[in-house]
Ligand binder design. Structure first.
Ligand code: ATP
Ligand code: MG
Length: 363
């Protein structure tokens, strides 16, 4: 039976529309060819350019429509020269996280043997782990609440039991799913600084409590500084890492670096009922409008959307197409003849995306 899914699309700012257009074309082609599901897209206004035009960065109607959709695709929002009157950046994606309670920031880090990377990967190794960044509290809770006097500045780190429990359950479920498909050993590592901060000892205690509900998975701990070292020295060792917001922010850029750059780094922000899929990179205003942006991070984020919808709705066709899309990007990157400039090639956005389209339907 064909299941139909409504996808809300935020094209956003800068290179946003340039990478979203070919991604929606790819998804539409997969959806048309599939008998297992049907995707319908609606594009919603939001972002810095929209704010400059209308004085609204995230219209109430967009927030409502996106909330009612089955999933949300977002490319990038924000422009350096468009700001709120108080000088802060326009970032409706943060409002979306708050509005829908998207506590789990999921950042897969994958590197195939032979793929360009600052690491010299031993021949028999590949990297395939997932970093989960808590996305609604931690040190980012302090945003706008910090105190600054002439003499000192103070910020607040907040960790709650409720969000941490949901976060850790999500991490163990993900590790379980990876184990059942042979992608990981079924191991979750809690990344913290429990030796120094009471808030992280609290975080770790909740992790240990939730771990008891998953007796067939391995649960362990690592300090964030050691994790940064190991991400460079033995990144093939990890399966699922779960951490606080600020630590996750930093480690996920390190992960993107290992993969050969931001142009290949997808992400998802997931809650109990809704999820936003968007590349790790921003709106890249320095290259916008020239048709040279790398579309792969956006396409890989769309593949994560198919995975998430497939698992949530028990739809094998979606899961299959999520895998096909990811493998098509990996094949195009491995072949190396249709790379955009950030990866050392000279292909346009259009050429890189067309190569993925051919790879999907050739496989
Ligand atoms: P944000 O604050 O939104 O994270 P940022 O200031 O970190 O944004 P990005 O927009 O992510 O910056 O861009 C960082 C650099 O990476 C820029 O030089 C940009 O051109 C480059 N870049 C980002 N995304 C891509 C892409 N898809 N293809 C090619 N280059 C990219
Ligand atoms: Mg950035």
């Amino acid at each position: 039976m064909t299941q139909t899914f409504e996808i809300a699309v935020f094209e956003g700012d800068g290179i946003g529309p340039e990478i979203m257009t070919p991604t929606v074309t790819l998804l539409s082609s997969l959806s048309e060819a599939s008998r297992g599901y049907d995707l319908r897209f609606s594009t919603l206004p939001a972002g810095a350019a929209h704010y400059a035009k209308t004085g609204e960065s995230l219209p109430e109607s967009s927030l409502k429509s996106a909330g009612a959709a089955d999933a949300i695709l977002l490319s990038a929002m924000g422009l350096p020269d468009v700001r709120y009157p108080d000088g802060t950046e326009i970032s409706p994606q943060i409002e979306l996280r708050k509005a829908y309670g998207l506590f789990a920031g999921v950042r897969p880090v994958r590197l195939k043997p032979g793929q360009a990377s600052p690491l010299n990967l031993p021949d028999n190794r590949e990297i395939d782990f997932v970093l989960i960044r808590e996305s609604t509290e931690g040190l980012f809770y302090s945003q706008g609440r910090g105190e600054v006097t002439q003499e000192a500045a103070t910020e607040t780190l907040r960790i709650t039991r409720d969000v941490s429990e949901k976060l850790f359950r999500f991490a163990f479920d993900l590790a379980q799913g990876r184990k059942s498909t042979g992608r990981g050993p079924g191991r979750v590592t809690c990344v913290d600084k429990a030796n120094v901060f009471r808030a992280f000892a609290f975080f770790r205690q909740i992790f240990d409590d939730i771990a008891k509900d998953f007796p067939d998975l391995i649960a362990d701990h690592a300090y964030v500084d050691a994790t940064a070292l190991w991400m460079v020295q033995k990144p093939w060792d990890f399966d699922v890492l779960v951490t606080e917001n600020m630590f996750g922010d930093i480690l996920s850029d390190l992960g993107a670096g290992l993969m050969g750059g931001l142009g290949l780094a997808p992400s998802a922000d997931i809650g109990l009922h809704q999820a936003v899929f968007q590349p790790c990179h921003g709106s890249a205003p320095d290259i916008a409008g020239r048709g040279v942006a790398n579309p792969h991070a956006m396409i890989l984020s769309a593949a994560m959307m198919l995975d998430w919808l497939g698992l949530k709705h028990n739809n094998a066709a979606l899961l299959e197409d999520g895998r096909r899309l990811r493998e098509a990007v990996e094949n195009v990157v491995a072949r190396g003849d249709r790379l955009t400039r950030d990866l050392g090639g000279s292909a346009s956005t259009e050429e890189a995306a067309s190569a993925v389209m051919r790879a999907v339907f050739a496989a």
